[in-house]
Design a protein around this ligand. Structure first.
Ligand SMILES: NC(=O)c1ccc[n+]([C@@H]2O[C@H](COP(=O)([O-])OP(=O)(O)OC[C@H]3O[C@@H](n4cnc5c(N)ncnc54)[C@H](OP(=O)(O)O)[C@@H]3O)[C@@H](O)[C@H]2O)c1
Length: 287
């Protein structure tokens, strides 16, 4: 029986990237819709759950994407609501690649590295930064500081994370190179997850730290998020610090994305989101 993936994207036009990855993950046919909202997806979900019965249901699955992460999460809730008990299919939620990218950052940082009792500073508190904070705290980091250019905005984010996941993330503000340098002074891990094409960690800031051991950056658009990093750095040691650049992280992200899509077809009852995609990344990393 053919593997069918219903692709619901909250952007007006469904992502070509997510469709290409689905085919590379072994899906036979991707049924893509852009403009998905929590109010218009029920009929599409019914189209998937009412066409194949019993054990054949596992050959249908749903992927939810889109650049607006909160809107995609609402679509995820609407999809769940449209299921009837066991009459359901597996779902993967990865808006803007946030879950798979953060999982890849965390796995790269943790390569032969014990993060217990370490201080992590994440510069950029969008969905990628937030999920990376969650995963590294789960792995035992002593403290994770998450920053943006506004302490007020970061406080709202960290309060939401406490409410949603029960984790304590320290809010921070990095409006200047000096502020980044001060935060990195006693940090062990620095992660740049700011906007594409913006350098958020100057060389002076990481070079002034005597404690830094690992630096990662997910921005692949020049200038890099970390001055001095190369996109292909893959646990590359320079000046006593291990660097992971955006392409090295992106390559592993692609593996996680493909692996997660492929695993949707193992059963009809999975919901892969920010809390479960990391487990898949760990499994792939340990293979
Ligand atoms: N390599 C890959 O495979 C891959 C995949 C997906 C995403 N990405 C990259 O991952 C990065 C993060 O993605 P995202 O979706 O989380 O992005 P996002 O939602 O745009 O978040 C960026 C964050 O950076 C903060 N920021 C902006 N300028 C800053 C500055 N100068 N200093 C400190 N913080 C600053 C923003 O907050 P304020 O505006 O409040 O300051 C915001 O919290 C992007 O560069 C994206 O391109 C890479």
């Amino acid at each position: 029986m053919k593997k069918l993936l219903l692709h619901l994207d909250t952007d007006p036009v469904a992502s070509a990237f997510d469709q290409a990855v689905a085919y590379d993950a072994g899906v036979d046919n991707v049924i893509s819709y852009g403009g998905a909202t929590r109010d218009n997806v029920t009929a599409h979900v019914h189209g998937m759950i009412f066409t194949r019965g019993g054990k054949n249901l596992k050959n249908s699955a749903i992927f939810i994407g889109g650049s607006n992460v909160p809107a995609s999460e609402l679509v995820g809730k609407a999809v769940k609501k449209a299921f009837f008990g066991p009459v359901r299919v597996s779902v993967m939620l990865d808006p803007n690649g946030s879950n798979t990218t953060a999982a890849a950052i965390a796995r790269k940082v943790l390569t032969n590295y014990d993060i217990t009792d370490k201080k992590v500073v994440i510069i950029g508190s969008g969905p990628v930064g937030q999920r990376t904070a969650l995963y590294l705290l789960k792995e035992g980091a002593a403290e994770v500081v998450l920053t943006s250019r506004s302490l007020e905005r970061t406080k709202v984010i960290t309060e939401n994370m406490k409410e949603t996941y029960g984790v304590d993330v320290t809010p921070g503000e990095t409006r200047s190179d000096e502020a980044v340098q001060a935060l990195l002074k006693d940090a062990h891990v620095a992660i740049a997850s700011g906007p594409a094409g913006v350098c958020v960690v100057p060389k002076s800031a990481w070079q002034a730290s005597d404690t830094l051991e690992v630096i990662a950056d997910v921005n692949a658009v020049p200038p890099m998020g970390v001055e001095g990093i190369e996109v292909m750095d893959d646990n590359t040691e320079k000046s006593g610090v291990r660097f992971n650049g955006a392409i090295a992280i992106g390559n592993f992200k692609m593996k996680v994305h493909r692996g997660a899509v492929a695993s949707l077809f193992d059963s009809n009852d999975q919901f892969l989101d920010e809390t479960t995609i990391y487990d898949i990344a760990c499994k792939i990393d340990n293979e």
